[in-house]
Design a protein around this ligand. Structure first.
Ligand code: CA
Length: 365
């Protein structure tokens, strides 16, 4: 912008003062315009990771404000402060607010393809998801999927791999899932339901009392830090690992496209780069806090952590494929996103076999 401005001013000097005032000043005025935007969230005020802490919605708004020298000021609202938790999509679409911070898989009722930009069961990990989004065509498809709704989005956070969840009783066979009452939302809930699980969808705050009273037998939430904060280890002993259903859950910054078009290029770049920063910083925060919480859960809280038995994992994987196939068949754009994701995943899995896998089995520890 600075070099454009210099060019303009020198042209103005040649053309005379009148030329500069009619041509040059409106451009400078746009560059210096201040924008006051609103960002809503699907998560409550003060929620760690999503609303507070490094890489959260509040931190993202702060970074944008600082990098833009106050030219783009964003007021952040927790769920229920301005709109209810899951109305962000409609609010941004209508332009009631310019931005919403959540996860795209909340919008699968609007377009199933949105699932792929948060997490697909048995999907990509953090490195793989970033590879697909930033360099494998994923982000372009995300924008294509939201274009008919007049919105764009950027990845702006990641929990890393989540955990299978808390179970009161040991899971030894696929039959142990039959009739099990489990809190698990979304696509993974459909997969469990197909294997006979009685799926319950409860908000975060209701999980602990339900698990403690035996209203449910099992529950998934996020990972060690967030789960311990809810006290889930006090209500169930078995902590199954790892998060087959959410292998690297992406946070989404959803933006109204008409509002976005009004931002000068440098402010657009600031938003996009602040999102990328928060994507990495929030995942780093999760790694540190989950490592500390897991150590405490094992050593001090006597939690039993183990992977699900192989036949159970196989049944979940087979059922996931069926559920995805049903949804691809219904919508060509979902199929396009699915095919791109899976083609990238096949290449990434092969490369991981030479890079990440030997790292975990031969090099680390
Ligand atoms: Ca979860």
């Amino acid at each position: 912008m600075q070099s454009n401005r210099r060019k303009f001013l020198s042209k103005g000097a040649v053309a005379g003062v009148a030329g500069a005032s009619t041509l040059g000043f409106p451009m400078i005025a746009k560059a210096q315009q201040t924008f006051n935007w609103k960002m809503t969230s699907a998560y409550g005020k003060g929620s760690p990771f999503y609303m507070e802490g490094p890489g959260s919605a509040t931190d993202l708004a702060r970074r944008i404000n600082e990098m833009s020298n106050g030219r783009l000021r964003i007021q952040v609202f927790g769920a229920g402060e301005l709109i209810p938790a899951f109305e962000g999509f409609d609010a941004v679409r209508a332009g009631t607010v310019e931005m919403n911070h959540a996860n795209s898989y909340f919008w699968t009722g609007k377009t199933f393809a949105a699932q792929y930009f948060t997490a697909v069961p048995f999907g990509l990990n953090f490195q793989g998801m970033n590879g697909w989004l930033y360099d494998g065509g994923g982000l372009g498809l995300w924008h294509e999927v939201y274009d008919p709704f007049g919105m764009i989005a950027f990845p702006c956070g990641n929990t890393g791999v989540q955990m299978t969840g808390w179970f009161k009783k040991e899971i030894k066979t696929v039959k142990d899932l039959e009739g099990l009452k489990m809190r698990i939302p979304g696509l993974a809930g459909k997969v469990y339901a197909n294997l006979g699980v009685d799926v319950k969808v409860l908000p975060g705050g209701e999980i602990f009392p339900a698990l403690e009273r035996g209203v449910i037998d099992a529950a998934e939430f996020v990972g060690p830090f967030q789960d311990r904060r809810l006290g889930l280890h006090k209500a169930a002993k078995f902590y199954y690992t790892t998060g087959w259903h959410e292998t690297a859950t992406v946070s989404e910054l959803l933006i109204n496209k008409a509002a976005w078009a009004k931002l000068p290029k440098d402010l657009q770049a600031i938003v996009e780069n602040a999102c990328a920063a928060c994507n990495v910083i929030s995942e780093g925060w999760c790694q540190r806090n989950n490592a500390e919480a897991m150590e405490d859960l094992i050593k001090n809280q006597k939690v039993v952590a183990r992977p699900l038995p192989d036949p159970v994992i196989k049944a979940l994987r087979d059922e996931t494929r069926k559920v995805l196939a049903e949804n691809i068949a219904k919508d060509p754009l979902t199929k396009k996103v699915h095919d791109s994701y899976m083609a990238f995943k096949a290449k990434f899995d092969s490369w991981s076999g030479y890079s990440e896998l030997p790292y975990h089995t031969k090099i680390r520890g």
